[in-house]
Design a protein around this ligand. Structure first.
Ligand code: ZN
Length: 485
């Protein structure tokens, strides 16, 4: 038995919000399509990873043990193209595999740096595709045995006409499928739905592995099926990814896994929506393409980006803008300032305080119920956040007149810490340094300098330094500041 709270999520398979009922009560097995480590991930990718983190944190806070598997795609068309560019034509296979490994290692490290900066919890298991080649070959062989795969010129293809449920996830029109036509590329659109490649015969200049069909390498789609079956077994509770993966990637994953095991595989398919930039699709050619590093270079705190994303519903299109980040930062600062205020000892009541009183314990209990109920209903973070912000307003206006006693302050702080298990954006220890605090101290220092009060100006400079703020006095009398690394 378990007392874990029931969470409902939109299921792409049924197109309904449905309660998630894990195979083993209280334990959730989640497979998440992870990054292709051939470049720095962009903020659209990061939105997907933040949604996956939100899902995990919600289940964990609700009392589930979560096996959270996220793969790293370290072999595919793009990785081979980019990693083999500078490898001499005469290089042997070992050198080619080594070059690919060295190339992907760089971007795996960069990915984990982004994950840590955004306080995305690291996966409990993070399989790399190239470590599962044996499992992929075995899976392709099993499909061949079942008559769902066929070989042609050293490559192996999936026979989509052989599986009645092909199209169940993306609701593709089966009549439009080109039976017998086969595609070799990993990515293609619905119009060219046809037999897809499971194993690709090697071409000159590519790294390869041995297989019953000769030298070759896995197709992208088989990678996830093999890793998920190997790590999580034949029943997966929740499988996630961005909406762009519904077709063909996830449709093909279902075909491969269910074709081989012969029974339903994933109970709940959950997809996160796209991110647009200032109303347009993000693309390098439009010059609106950002990585987390680009944002940091523009002075954006990764936690502000995290909060901006998590404050929106994962199934709604998110329109990224710097204006939106500023608004998110203002809300974030409001919660942080409130938390500091609640940590400070209560002052005396104000003269003429009205007699109204607030049952703080009951008020926090209501906010808590609303907060968790919103998350349990398809991860509704905007509503959860609204419950929290209403509490902030109510308690602030009471505290202005009649400061809450220490015990009530403690209750409020405990609730804020509870909500931070999800948002991970207001600290649970120590004080944060707010921009407004810094600017107030800089203004005080400028005033001290204007009054030729040098000891006071120096003291303020030292105080800022102790807070990790570095100052730069400019010739025109203005002061620039930045946070120390
Ligand atoms: Zn995948």
């Amino acid at each position: 038995m378990t007392d874990a709270r029931t969470i409902s999520l939109f299921n792409t398979l049924t197109r309904r919000v449905e309660p998630v009922r894990p195979q083993v009560p209280g334990e959730l097995r989640v497979y998440n399509c992870g990054p292709t480590i051939y470049n720095y991930v962009h903020i659209g990718n990061l939105r997907t990873f933040l949604f996956q983190d939100l899902l995990r944190r919600t289940f964990e806070a609700a009392g589930y043990r979560v096996a959270f598997c996220m793969n790293l795609t370290d072999v595919d068309d793009k990785i081979i193209r980019d990693s083999q560019k500078d490898v001499p034509a005469a290089a042997d296979n070992e050198a080619r595999l080594g070059a690919m490994r060295a190339f992907t290692d760089v971007y795996e490290r960069a990915f984990l740096e982004d994950v840590d900066a955004l306080r995305i919890q690291r996966p409990t298991v993070m399989p790399r595709a190239t470590s599962y080649i044996g499992a992929m070959v075995a899976l392709v062989a099993a499909l061949e045995t079942r008559g769902l795969a066929y070989e042609r010129d050293g490559s192996v293809y999936y026979r989509v006409a052989g599986l009645p449920q092909y199209g169940c996830l993306s609701h593709i029109d089966r009549d439009g499928m080109k039976a017998g036509a086969s595609v070799d590329s990993d990515e293609y659109d619905r119009d060219s739905a046809s037999d897809f490649v499971l194993w690709k015969g090697t071409k000159p200049g590519e790294p390869w592995w041995e297989s019953p069909w000769g030298k070759g390498r896995p197709g992208w789609h088989i990678e996830c099926s093999a890793m998920a079956l190997d790590v999580l077994g034949e029943r997966v509770d929740v499988h996630t990814g961005g909406v762009d993966l519904i077709f063909p990637h996830h449709e093909n994953e279902i075909a491969q896994s269910e074709g081989a095991i012969g029974h339903p595989w994933v109970a709940h398919w959950v997809h996160g929506e796209f991110l647009m930039v200032e109303g347009e699709k993000m693309s390098k050619s439009l010059g609106n393409f950002f990585t987390l590093r680009d944002l940091v270079a523009r002075g954006v705190d990764p936690l502000t980006f995290r909060f901006a994303i998590q404050g929106n519903h994962y199934r709604k299109l998110y329109n990224f803008s710097f204006e939106g980040l500023r608004a998110a930062k203002a809300t974030l600062d409001r919660v942080r300032t409130f938390r500091q205020r609640m940590e400070d000892p209560p002052g005396p009541p104000r003269e003429g305080a009205p007699a109204v009183d607030l049952d703080v314990e009951a008020r926090v209990a209501t906010a808590r119920d609303e907060f968790w109920a919103a998350l349990a209903d398809d991860l509704n973070t905007p509503e959860a956040l609204a419950a929290l912000l209403t509490l902030v307003t109510d308690v602030n206006s009471l505290d202005d007149w009649r400061p809450l006693p220490a015990a009530a302050r403690g209750l409020v702080v405990a609730f804020l810490d509870e909500t931070d298990r999800i948002f991970a954006a207001w600290p649970t220890v120590g004080r944060v340094v707010l921009d407004t605090d810094v600017e107030a101290l800089i203004a005080a220092r400028s005033a001290a300098k204007a009054a030729r009060n040098w000891p006071e100006a120096d003291r303020l400079r030292d105080q800022l330094k102790a807070m990790g703020i570095l100052l730069e006095d400019r010739k025109d009398g203005t002061v620039r500041w930045k946070r120390a690394e």
